[in-house]
Ligand binder design. Structure first.
Ligand code: GLP
Length: 269
């Protein structure tokens, strides 16, 4: 796992955007795994700026991690709506190449299999962007999710529903169920970037970076993936016991291995 700390969330998001931009430059038909929540918003703003400066997304395909069950695509709190407003409406990705699970699917099980099949048919994910829930969830894979799980229906924890209530008018409007890529689906991505910002994420960051691999902290499974880069701001990194070492590694990376250098894709984990 490569840990990159920055003084601010904005700076961390800028670096993460460069990582994604470099991938799209190197592979114009890249398949991107995308996330929702507050965390990736600044990364998306940076990507929009890079697009305005010429970065082409016309051959890119995207798959989002998850969607609430029961919310129509145009519902103000659906993840489809979130992605349209925060990213897709501002880039030149063809609409038919942006994929989210359908929160209104009649046959949820069949829909989950179709989603898995669509990812495979697109060639698999080149990079999955992740945030982390305060309970350690990735996508909506709550604690005790199988570390080998595939796309499926999940029941949200009360903590996640409370955390996400800020996006809804009333807390009770937060759906109880969702469709999420599984942990196995996420782990199949060729590369993974994780972003976490703020003091409220410091404890869970310490748990998934430096604690044991356990289904009680789903994000800890990332320790088993060979190409994970974690972008943190100072506050989220504040409880890491090896923080000095991570910063030392980053400062001493050979230039060709850095995000600004020739090949971000070979950054060691
Ligand atoms: C949400 C999403 C996750 C996201 C996480 C953190 O419930 N399903 O993909 O990473 O919770 O959210 P935030 O970035 O708002 O802290």
């Amino acid at each position: 796992m490569e840990i990159i700390t920055s003084p601010t969330a904005k700076e961390a998001s800028r670096l993460a955007a460069r990582y994604v931009a470099r991938l799209v430059q190197q592979k114009p038909h890249a398949v991107l795994g995308l996330a929702t929540g507050g965390t990736p918003v600044m990364l998306y703003q940076e990507l929009i700026t890079l697009h305005q400066e010429g970065l082409d997304f016309s051959q890119v395909t995207t798959f989002n991690l998850d969607e609430y069950i029961g919310l129509a695509p145009d519902h103000p709190c659906s993840y489809r709506r979130f992605m349209n407003e925060n990213l897709f409406d501002h880039l030149n990705i063809p609409a038919e190449c942006t994929h989210l699970p359908d929160g209104l699917a009649n046959d949820v099980e069949a829909h989950c299999q179709e989603y898995e099949d669509a990812i495979a048919a697109a060639g698999g994910l080149d990079v999955q962007i992740l945030g982390v829930g305060t309970d350690g969830h990735i996508g909506f894979n709550e604690p005790t999710s199988s570390l080998a799980s595939r796309t499926r229906i999940k029941t949200l924890t009360e903590q996640t529903r409370t955390d996400n209530a800020r996006f809804f008018e009333h807390p009770e409007q937060v759906p109880i169920h969702c469709v999420t890529m599984g942990i196995g689906t996420i782990m199949d991505s060729r590369r993974i970037i994780m972003l976490a910002f703020g003091k409220q994420k410091a404890e869970i960051v310490k748990a998934f970076v430096e604690g044991p691999v356990t289904a009680m902290v789903p994000a800890s499974v990332l320790q088993m993936h060979p190409h994970v880069t974690v972008f943190l701001d100072d506050a989220a990194a504040s409880l890491l016991s090896k923080r000095d070492y991570y910063d030392w590694v980053y400062r001493n990376k050979p230039q060709w291995q850095t995000i600004e250098g020739k090949s971000a894709s070979t950054a060691s984990s």
